[in-house]
Design a binder for this molecule. Structure first.
Ligand SMILES: [Zn+2]
Length: 471
């Protein structure tokens, strides 16, 4: 406790700004999760830095200390496209009295890399400043890892026994190859076959400008991330003898067609209820368009308004956009090849084949080759189960003393969750965190999380698990 007081005093002296934690000392659980958070942010768990295994050793030591048996802690090595990483699975044994299948809880331990020279504060040192915690992973997703790990330790130390098994499943390359995610999802399907899956890596509370909680967001679906290459080839020749057929011109024409093509409007119960809820909070023409679309997705004016806003365009259908370009081999030669990269976010249920077909029809030139890159994961929509919704309501009520609207939404992709949806498991992301839209710096510079939001989320998983697995 004395140490906590000193830490807080130090932080305040450094920043000179008011902070939540200066008002009082941290409770035992707050101190525990804070310590884990601070310690794991110090591991540079980005691709190429080889520190995921160090973070796993740290977490397993904490869990063992709390009483988790060796046989319930599983560490697995993975090769993520040439880069070593690890996955961690922890079993919390239940007494089986509910007769229900286990619940799986997801987070990822890796981060997108951060270059210390570009940051104002060292990205791998947790820094409290101006009411925020700064550091790579403060949001994405080391808050999830620290909060879930701290919750398991707290419950074990309390001597609590769930009425069904609970599993933490932490992946090690979510931000890159998802090799560990795929393997873990397969292992979970074969060995655990859970009732459902809860993800800490998305969702969470949306805050108003003045930091008032506005709504609890629930990520219930993800669009499919898929990339195509459009290629035109030509016999080429000397640029002093130009011909009408030209790989660059043909590709440019094709890209103009992609630019103007509008994918069909799509709506599901999920996206309609999302727009209905959001339309209550958003003022003006945009809010009216949301409410109209929720009633009637065929309303052309509402569709036009929603599609004019980049943030909402993707919720009304598939999108494709040119992202890279390369062509030609010499300034004085006719190009022999021209290639464009087109990245698409496919609406659930539409499929990558149909999307390629639509692109081909829009382009209308069989000389433009379309090749799909990689191995996209298509995942169906999940629903917010009644029991999970009730647990979430209890968490909100307990933490904020009032109910908050619960708003399921579709993400443009992608998190570990899609690999579980694709195997048929109901998966929703319900982070205990909170942020204003302008404070989302995940993957970018100066990633941060509000200090008061950090503490306000620490009972979230305890409440959820006690509702869903309490005797
Ligand atoms: Zn993430």
């Amino acid at each position: 406790m004395r140490l906590a007081g000193l830490l807080v005093a130090g932080a305040v002296a450094l920043s000179g700004a008011p902070a939540f934690a200066q008002d009082r000392e941290r409770s035992e659980h707050e101190q525990r999760v804070y310590d884990i958070y601070r310690d794991i942010i110090a591991f540079r768990t980005a691709k190429g830095h080889g520190q995921v295994d160090d973070m796993v050793s740290y977490l397993t030591a904490r869990l063992s200390e709390a009483g988790f048996a060796d046989e319930d802690i599983m560490v697995t090595d993975y090769d993520s496209d040439g880069d070593p990483t690890q996955g961690l699975i922890v079993r919390y044994r239940g007494n089986g009295s509910s007769g229900e299948k286990p619940i799986v809880l997801l987070a990822h331990m890796d981060v997108v890399d951060a270059l210390p020279e570009d940051w104002v504060r060292d990205p791998f040192t947790l820094t409290e400043d101006n009411g925020y915690f700064y550091g790579r992973g403060t949001m994405d997703n080391k808050y999830g890892v620290a909060n879930l790990t701290g919750t398991f330790i707290r419950l074990m130390e309390e001597g609590w026994t769930p009425n069904r098994d609970l599993y933490l499943v932490f992946s090690g390359d979510e931000e890159t190859g998802m090799v560990s995610t795929r393997a873990q999802a397969k292992w979970v399907a074969e060995n655990v076959d859970p009732d459902f899956v809860l993800n800490s890596d998305a969702g969470g509370i949306g805050l108003r400008d003045d930091f008032e909680p506005l709504a609890q967001r629930v990520q219930a679906a993800e669009k499919t991330f898929v990339t195509y290459e459009l290629t035109v080839t030509n016999q080429g020749g000397h640029s002093s003898r130009p011909r009408k057929d030209n790989a660059i011109y043909e590709l440019a024409d094709a890209l103009q067609k992609v630019r103007t093509y509008e994918f069909p409007v799509r709506a599901t119960p999920l996206t309609r209820s999302y727009f209905a809820a959001l339309g209550q909070a958003v003022p003006g023409e945009l809010g009216a368009a949301m409410r109209t679309f929720a009633e009637n997705p065929e309303d052309a004016a509402a569709v036009t308004t929603l599609r004019s806003v980049p943030e909402f365009l993707g919720t009304t259908g598939t999108t494709c956009i040119a992202t890279m370009l390369r062509a030609g081999h010499a300034e004085n030669a006719l190009p022999q090849t021209a290639t464009a990269t087109v990245n698409c976010r496919v609406f659930p249920g539409e499929g990558v084949e149909l999307t390629a077909q639509r692109l081909a029809e829009a382009i209308g030139n069989p000389d433009v080759g379309i090749t799909m890159l990689g191995d996209p994961t298509e995942s169906p929509e999940s629903t917010l189960r009644e029991d999970v919704g009730a647990a979430l309501e209890k968490s909100l009520m307990t933490r904020f003393g009032r109910p908050l609207p619960i708003v399921p939404y579709m993400e443009s992709g992608g998190t570990d969750g899609m690999h579980y949806r694709t195997l048929g498991y109901n998966t929703v992301a319900i982070s205990g965190g909170a942020s204003r839209p302008q404070d989302v710096y995940a993957h970018g510079l100066d990633e941060r999380m509000r200090v008061d939001a950090f503490y306000a989320g620490l009972d979230h998983w305890t409440i959820i698990l006690k509702v869903l697995a309490g005797s």
